[in-house]
Design a protein around this ligand. Sequence first.
Ligand code: TYD
Length: 140
Amino acid sequence: MLTVKNCDLVQLPQIEDGIDGCISVVENLKHIKFEIKRVYYIYNLGNANAIRGKHSHKELEQVIFCVNGSFLLSVDDGENKQSIVLDKPSLGVYLGTNLWHTMTDFSKDCVLLVLASEFFAESDYVRDYEQFLEYVGKKK
Ligand code: TYD
């Protein structure tokens, strides 16, 4: 269970076809609560030191899946932190606004799939942790 603010688990249906594999499906506004405007995927994660994320978003909402392999997702709302291993294609995590997130510990075959509520905009990113704490009003 995720207790950090602005994030949640997203369990997709898993349609099992026996020896013929599985299907998981996302339908717009049904399995996730925002309209999908952008889809991107992240791959070639063979370097053991790879670290992705390290930012929060002001407006953007996303759902992140590990469609192959595994990785560690760490989330931080400015007060509470949590980490979760994602290793099932049918289990995603909703990443809401103002949530610092980092992805590490990728298996060599790891592929991430991300569904996003907005087109890409660098201006929506907060890439500095101190600025993030300031933005969420948690700077000590
Ligand atoms: P970033 O979102 O920081 O990646 P991650 O969170 O996986 O570490 O993006 C990395 C680079 O790719 C950055 O220069 C912006 C660019 N980018 C786009 O141009 N369009 C996109 O949709 C995304 C997600 C990234």
